[in-house]
Unconditional design. Sequence first.
Length: 218
Amino acid sequence: MFGLFKQKPLPPSPTPFGTELLTDLGARRMNLEERKQVRREMVYQSVRDNLLLLEIISGMYKFKAVGLDERQHRFMVVIDVATGFVAKRGGKVMRFNEVEKFLSERTFAQYGVRIDSIYWRFHPDVNSFGRGYRASDAAPRPRPAATAAPAPAAARPSPLRPSSRHEPVSEDEMRAFEQAIARGVKPPPLHLGDLEYQSDLAPLESPPVAGGTQYGSL
């Protein structure tokens, strides 16, 4: 009887982007496909930035990331390396299993996305792969005349920008996002212009079967 007096839920209000929910800031929450795109870009950005921290320039490698679960919270990364590929940290040469551990730990610490598997393909006849630019990369700028020494690479991470259509995430939001991951709590949303990204950091599916690498377990 009381069910007769229950108010039916109102349909979502239409927006210029469709019927997705809007936040208090007026941003539209990303749908699943958009969140998957952001998580994939998080992996690409993390691998690029963190290999640079290991003194590896872009021409020494190329790579691709493959999602392992339906919502793409977990990835496999395949890295092609040219001759002269040497990773260093603190002046010490790192083994490949150490590079794998470093990349997987940094990717989760920064973005809450897991790299479950890393595989290497060696190209002894290739000296350099050149520099390939993705749609999400900022246009290269001419190098200015030498003045003061640049800041360390660790202090200047590239801003997250899934594609040329998105505005980059602010440094303050990325810092708060990373701090929440470190505390093990749900991170705050990230805003990319008029879009909002939020994740629970975990896939709904069971962990994938893949989980090792050529040089050890992650």
